[in-house]
Write a protein that binds this ligand. Structure first.
Ligand code: GLN
Length: 452
């Protein structure tokens, strides 16, 4: 009830939720009370969560932030949300996001932007973006409208909004969580993960979300460890890699200072700092912005006005497709479809898509080599704090550059977490990123908890 009241009071201003399921939430909370009374409480019994509106929820509208799915009500539940319900979680509603999770500011949502609950010290009036694409999830947790949230991360969409909103977000290893029932953006990069206030909260949520699922052939048949226990281990003796290539020329001094601070903290706790090299880092953004749109253009072909969601009638079938997609998709989604279709087309496939896949292999190999010398890698999460709404909206390249530190973990499938680590001169939160070996989220949690 307290969370629903907070949503009622604050959501009209920050727009973190697209759909609030108040009645269902209250009923689920009462059922959780009953389970507790009967001694049947699961690990998340009664915990109120926001669900990114990219997870299909049975009987509850799931929009993906798009007009084309504006009234889509899935007849099934995603595996991740099903796992959370199994453990007793209560869903408050569906969180706002960039359309089809394409964006870094939540400004591409067909349901309006989300406001970051934080304000600059010197200008309280300027609305800041919460980051994206999981902007609603991050803002809801930061504004205390939910105890935690689900999110997805294709190129940084969990970690970057977590950093901008001063909270914790982890993208686990590719395959750790089932993608079944999550609206697909780029299938070889998409991973679900939690956003929460603390490292340990995110560990508890991830344990419930994760696990093998026969319905997703890329989900891993691995035991899910007790991530929360890893939050209480010492970093003593761990080798922390610091990659030279993440020291960008144009990086603001306060980001560099934050990074140095994180290094000093870990050193003081007994970790060993190791300089490492990830030589193909400079190709990561162009590689990501070829692979992701290529897969997106293919995944989004299913929205044809016949099988899902919105339909605009036409003179014939082709006309119906064209009218539906013209009216249903927003500008950024159309840009991605065009880029993706171009790089996959016969004349350009080898020059762009195949080349990008080759560079992706080199980026992955960089990490394999580096992890021979270290147990985890420390970098900043983002090259800046949250920016003002509208600031980068007309400049897609400036927007894409925001993902410079996050896309490498998706291209290589590795687990990575953003931890709030300090404030900039304007009092805005900044995050540090910890990247781990594949399926070694435990070390990421250990290092994250030491930074927190
Ligand atoms: N900002 C990146 C993009 O626009 C990442 C989005 C994501 O991780 N879903 O593609």
């Amino acid at each position: 009830e307290a969370h629903l009241k907070a949503i009622e009071a604050v959501n009209p201003q920050i727009n973190a939720f697209i759909t609030v399921t108040a009645e269902a939430a209250l009923a689920a909370a009462r059922a959780a009370d009953d389970r507790r009374a009967q001694g049947e409480a699961g690990p998340l019994n009664g915990i109120p969560l926001a669900i990114k509106d990219l997870f299909c929820t049975q009987g509850v509208r799931t929009t993906a932030g798009s007009r084309i799915l504006g009234d889509f009500v899935p007849p099934y539940e995603s595996t991740v949300t099903k796992n959370l319900l199994r453990d007793g979680a209560v869903f408050l509603g569906k969180a706002n996001l960039d359309e089809f999770a394409m964006g870094s500011s939540n400004e591409t949502s067909a349901f309006g932007g989300v406001q970051n609950p934080w304000r600059r010290r010197d200008n309280q009036g300027v609305a800041l973006v919460p980051g994206g694409s999981s902007g609603g999830s991050a803002a809801a947790v930061a504004a205390r409208l939910a105890l935690g949230a689900t999110a997805t991360d294709t190129g940084g969409s969990i970690r970057q909004p977590a950093a901008f909103c001063g909270i914790v977000g982890i993208k686990p290893t590719y395959g750790r969580c089932s993608r079944w029932g999550i609206v697909a953006f780029a299938s070889s990069l998409d991973q679900a993960g939690p956003i929460a206030r603390t490292v340990e909260d995110s560990a508890i949520l991830l344990r419930s979300m994760a696990g093998h699922d026969p319905k997703d052939s890329t989900s891993a048949e691995r035991e899910v460890p007790d991530f929360a226990a890893a939050c209480h281990r010492s970093v003593k003796g761990l080798r922390i890699g610091v990659p030279a290539e993440y020291r960008l020329d144009a990086m603001p001094a306060e980001i560099q200072a934050l990074w140095d601070q994180g290094i000093a903290w870990l050193k003081a706790e007994g970790a060993r700092i190791v300089p490492i090299s990830l030589p193909h880092t400079k190709y990561a953004l162009p590689t990501y912005y070829i692979v992701a749109p290529a897969e997106a253009s293919s995944n989004l072909a299913r929205y044809d006005g016949v099988r899902f969601g919105m339909r605009v009638p036409g003179e014939d079938l082709k006309d119906l497709y064209e009218r539906t997609r013209a009216a249903g998709f927003g500008a950024e989604v159309k840009r991605r479809i065009m880029i993706g279709t171009y790089v996959l087309s016969a004349g350009y496939y080898d020059a762009y898509y195949v080349k990008a896949q080759q560079v992706r292999a080199l980026i992955r190999r960089d990490f394999e080599t580096a992890f021979a010398d270290c147990d985890a890698i420390l970098t900043p999460s983002t090259p800046s704090a949250a920016f003002a709404s509208g600031d980068k909206q007309d400049d897609p390249i400036a927007m894409y550059l925001n993902d410079v530190f996050t896309v490498t973990a998706n291209l290589s499938g590795l687990p990575a977490m953003s931890i709030p680590a300090g404030l900039d001169a304007q009092g805005l939160p900044l995050g540090l990123q910890v990247i781990g070996r594949g399926f070694d989220e435990e070390t990421v949690f250990t290092v994250g908890a030491a930074i927190e």
